[in-house]
Write a new protein. Sequence first.
Length: 236
Amino acid sequence: MNREQLLADTFVELADTLVDDFDIIDFLQQLCTRCEQLLDATAAVLIAPPGEPLQPVAPCDSETELSDLFAAAAYEGPALECYRTMAPLALIDLEACDTQWPEFTALARRAGRAYASAVPLRVRGEALGCLLLLRISEPVPEDAVLLGQALADAAAIGLVHEQTLRAHRTTAVQLRTVLHSRVTVEQAKGVLAVRLDTSVNAAFDAMRAHARRHHRRLTQVAQEVIDKELVPDEAV
């Protein structure tokens, strides 16, 4: 698939939230995956339920060093700054930010990431969260940051449309559910990785493929991995 087709498919995916089996964790994970493919950057989504702090919910990579970095991004660094200002931050050389963000930059070095950009997930003047983009050896180009903002805007609109369709569920409840679901998925990835003696990323890919093949929610599959020792078809 060429880049133009991938880009077109991505915007269709981000708009396709008005379905009965919509899975918000899978939706945000797919956003991160597409950012990795289109922007050549490691990506993570952080969101904040109203009145609660920013929290990571969907990284595109589950390496321990990156998980620690994304956790720190919730309380220090470009993602938090971006969320607070609702403005994109681009072309950040983390080597120059030791004083401003000491813990975040130290963890970034440990994870081998030297440059960062961040764009808000926002709609109608409301910030839902932030999309964090990281690179190893060079900054995310300005045009890629603009594309990242367009993808983040599309994702935010898709989320709001899905929430509007289910008007009895408030935005706060929806976002808190995301955080609970994320914990379940993270636990299941670890359980399945140990059970199959494989990587956490491979375990997640197997769960997601199983969920899609059987038209199940990713969180349902994850819960069954934990409670019922489910082994996804794709992992056998």
